[in-house]
Design a protein around this ligand. Sequence first.
Ligand code: F6R
Length: 607
Amino acid sequence: MCGIVGFTGKQSAAPVLLDGLKKLEYRGYDSAGISVMDGKKIAVSKVTGRIANLCEKTQDGTNVSGFTGIGHTRWATHGAPTEENAHPHLSNDGRFAVVHNGIIENYLILREELKQAGYHFDSETDTEVIVHLVEMYYRGDVKEALMRTANRLQGSYALGVICSEQPGKIYAMREASPLILGVGVGENFFASDVTALVSHTRNVIYLEDGEFAELSGDSIRIFDLSGQQIHKKITRIMWDVQAAEKGGYEHFMLKEIMEQPAAVKATIAPRIKGGKICFDELSVTQEDLKGISQIIITACGSAYYAGCAGKYALERLTRIPVQVELASELRYSDPLIDEQTLLIVISQSGETADTIAAMRECKARGAKTLAIVNVVGSTVSTIADYTVYTWAGPEIAVATTKGYTTQVAVLYMLAIYVAEKLGRIGEETADYIKTLQALPRRIQQAIDMNPSIPAFAKKYHKSKALFFIGRNTDYATALEGALKMKEISYLHSEAYAAGELKHGTIALIEEHQPIIALCCNPSIMEKTLSNIVEVKSRGAEVLALTFRNNQKILSVADDLLFIPETDALFAGVIEIVPLQLLAYYVAKENNCDIDKPKNLAKSVTVE
Ligand code: F6R
């Protein structure tokens, strides 16, 4: 989704803005622009396509002078990805430039009103109404103009604003879209996320909804929408700059796949103390847990599939009914939720619009909310009653990998934690904990024991479609495996519950149709085996994912992927890894833009 940056200080603004925009590229975009103020007027440079084009146009920022500016990467929503629609947008009098992430829902009414008032529009965007409103309300005080503008806007926005009459100042305002201020020495910044800030400063302030800030080189003042100044704490970002760089890997996605043993370890290890799972961040008692009659897990995309994968352990161990719901559906479904519902919200970014909306809806109905989030300080974490962070570090590739596995790992831990507190598991806790502690090592083994994946990618990359099948925990992983494949390789891939094949899908099987069969759950292995035999007898080629010494599967499959043996209830985080690698190498064979797949954004901050 769109990314915004702002800078004010004593160095030339354009190179800093371009560098920030490059760091935000991973969020997904199709045009970009910067506005820089040279003390008197505002200069704007915009391009379609990549930041590289903007660097070329501005000669790496050297042909744009000024120490104050704002920049933007646009992921088109209202209007095609053209230069006219790219941000920043200028006011008719040229005194203001605005960048925006989010959607202004009442823009058509505002556009009409502003046209009637004599303002002309140069773009089809919803954003342009903002800059004209600011101009309309400006009487020499930008703060006042911003407050009056905010009063008129419905929807979501993270805004960056500069005004030619306020040299050295940048303004930032937020409502339901992420925005973070970077606190430097003699210079200050804002950005949509910390990746754009960490090379300059690790001291940040998380702006919240209904707040705006005025930044100059040596001051940051934050206000609420009544104009009251508020004081907020500075948070220190702990991860280092290298964490957001490729570190010798060809793609961020491959680096992040390889980081999974460490990411899962960082998420699990500090929470195991004295042979027990300890969530210091959860101050819940046995009485609180006894009061829970149902658990609803909600999320979007892979985070939703993480919920599907974690549901089995959660339900099996706690004996509390668990439902997994897509946030985009749950929010509009008039859900049956009350004070006895525990809502588990899963989000890597913590900024997904549908997830936030579903969470607010369920909270309003009385649910207790527990968020599993990767990005510290993100919106989801600020709304939740409890937050458990996945310590995956920054995830830059659009397709999630370590974000997903750490989410599933937290669900496993929650399952043991809740079950133990409720007295529903006893001595077996020790075995479960040992299994969890072994997960990082087993993920590494799953990476090491599959050297044939690039060869399988060569074999299958031209297929018309790939079907993933599995049952129970294998089915949940198949869903995520198929999503990984389609989103980065553009190869049509679908996951089917293996038992459903006969109810329709088997009609798709023809000679040489590749089937990826997940067979890592011994309790239903025989059943999946029958499905493998059925598709093979109709000409399918089967690539099976199973344990190395699983003779039954070895003897029927055409090709094999392996994972080390483990308790099936907790196998999902291991089982997905060879499928992530397969998707990666198929995408590579297909010459795809692996880290930034077409049409996708890392953080989906609009509905
Ligand atoms: C797929 C992927 C997406 C996200 C989804 C939710 O690889 O990354 O499906 O999982 O957009 O994002 P978060 O977890 O940030 O809420």
